[in-house]
Design a binder for this molecule. Structure first.
Ligand code: PLP
Length: 406
């Protein structure tokens, strides 16, 4: 009999953060091995806990969660999100511009589905958070990658961005602070993106889920704050800053021109209505989150805070390994180190992370999983406690001392 096959729509869709190497890790776990999972930025997995009042608000208001609610989200939660955007300097936005969803992931999917026609092009950073590339591909669009420059602290190469705009380009994705590089973009870079969007009538898709995870006192520049005449969709959520990835709570604001975006907004409404509403537990958590959550993350990223210290330790440790180098991350939860592929004769970075997993039982993600073109990078999540993190540096150093794909 004919096998049941996945749809052809999925043929070029990749999400290697939970890909074949993770499947190998699951098999090892079944055999009884303990795996250090550094493949996802999942704070609660490493002992971080969301603010207590978020949990309390869910428990105390349980009866309020039983019905379907507005497909854009409950008003009190949208109000605190709106207040937060206004406090950051957004202007000309209202409750109607705020949308809540089951994580930024769902909202990205809704926005791309509503925006992209077959072969429409979306500019996406390389390396990227691969959900963006996967979602554009699934929607029948064409992801076009612009290069971020490791030699310039991973800032986007704006010449490259400009050169890749065509009549089919519809929008530009900005991930700032960046996953996987930890880059935080300068005001000048954000202003250049705005100018390109203005000149070419593009929408800016600004993924700011790490906006408050900053280690060097940088200001986080939001395109939606710097320009109110450019159509911008700004994404954020509870997963990182509020340490509550499992709550699946995200939000977005549509800013800039209203009239010209009416049809697109109708498309978004259709999609939001089709899934009835986002889950209501997480919307209660959003309501409570802003009152205490931000203070918690501030302490974690300040000198002496757990995330600050872990970032420093892993950055220094990785740079001490012969044949490995890394730009210091200024934000987010990741390091994107470079391997000297000649030294280790590496041709296949996925094989490298698989070999490391098999030998040392640590799960990383290879650089090409982030749509980076060369097999010369990998990503580390620096969420584990210090001792475990230093253990990873040691095990990687030990593994690489004898490693060659030659
Ligand atoms: N955007 C970026 C840049 C991410 O790194 C992640 C998760 O790691 C997401 C979006 C997904 O966020 P959520 O958990 O809200 O779906």
């Amino acid at each position: 009999m004919e096998p049941f096959k996945k749809s052809r729509k999925l043929n070029n869709v990749c999400y290697d953060i939970r890909g074949p190497v993770m499947e190998a890790a699951k098999l090892l776990e079944k055999e009884g091995h303990r795996i250090v999972k550094l493949n996802t930025g999942n704070p609660a997995h490493f002992g971080f806990s969301p603010p207590e009042n978020m949990k309390a608000n869910i428990i105390n208001n349980m009866p309020r969660t039983e019905a379907y609610v507005d497909s854009q989200g409950i008003t009190p939660a949208r109000q605190v999100v709106l207040d937060d955007f206004l406090s950051k300097g957004f202007t000309n936005i209202a409750l109607d511009d705020i949308w809540l969803g089951n994580g930024v992931s769902e909202l990205i999917s809704m926005v791309i589905t509503a925006l992209v026609d077959t072969q429409d092009e979306i500019l996406i950073p390389s390396p990227d958070y691969p959900l963006w590339t996967a979602t554009v591909t699934l929607a029948g669009g064409k992801p076009v990658h612009y290069r971020c420059d490791e030699a310039a602290d991973w800032q986007p190469d704006m010449k490259d961005v400009r050169s890749k705009i065509t009549p089919r380009t519809k929008g530009i994705v900005i991930i700032n602070p960046n996953n996987p590089t930890g880059a935080v973009y300068s005001r000048e870079i954000i202003e250049e993106f705005i100018e390109l969007a203005r000149e070419n009538n593009l929408v800016l898709l600004s993924d700011e889920i790490y906006d408050r995870i900053l280690y060097e006192g940088d200001t986080h520049w939001s395109p939606g704050v710097l320009a109110d005449d450019v159509f911008t969709i700004t994404f954020n959520g509870l997963s990182k800053v509020f340490l509550a990835s499992g709550y699946r709570a995200g939000w977005m604001v549509l800013s800039g021109p209203r009239e010209r975006t009416r049809d697109f907004r109708e498309g978004l409404s259709i999609l939001a209505n089709m899934r009835l509403c986002g889950n209501t537990f997480s919307q209660l958590a959003i309501e409570a989150g802003f009152s205490s959550g931000i203070q918690g993350i501030r302490q974690l990223v300040a000198p002496g805070g757990r995330l600050f210290e872990q970032r420093d330790a892993i950055y220094q440790g990785i740079n001490r390994i012969p044949g490995v180098s890394c730009v210091r991350p200024r934000g987010a939860l990741y390091l994107f180190p470079k391997l000297d592929i000649k030294k280790f004769s590496i041709r296949n970075d996925e094989k490298f992370v698989l070999d490391y997993l098999m030998e040392k039982k640590v799960l990383l993600v290879h650089g090409r999983g982030f749509n980076w073109p060369e097999p010369d990078h990998f990503r580390i999540v620096f969420l584990p406690p210090m001792e475990e993190l230093l253990g990873v540096v040691e095990s990687l150093s030990d593994f690489l001392a004898g490693y060659s794909q030659g």
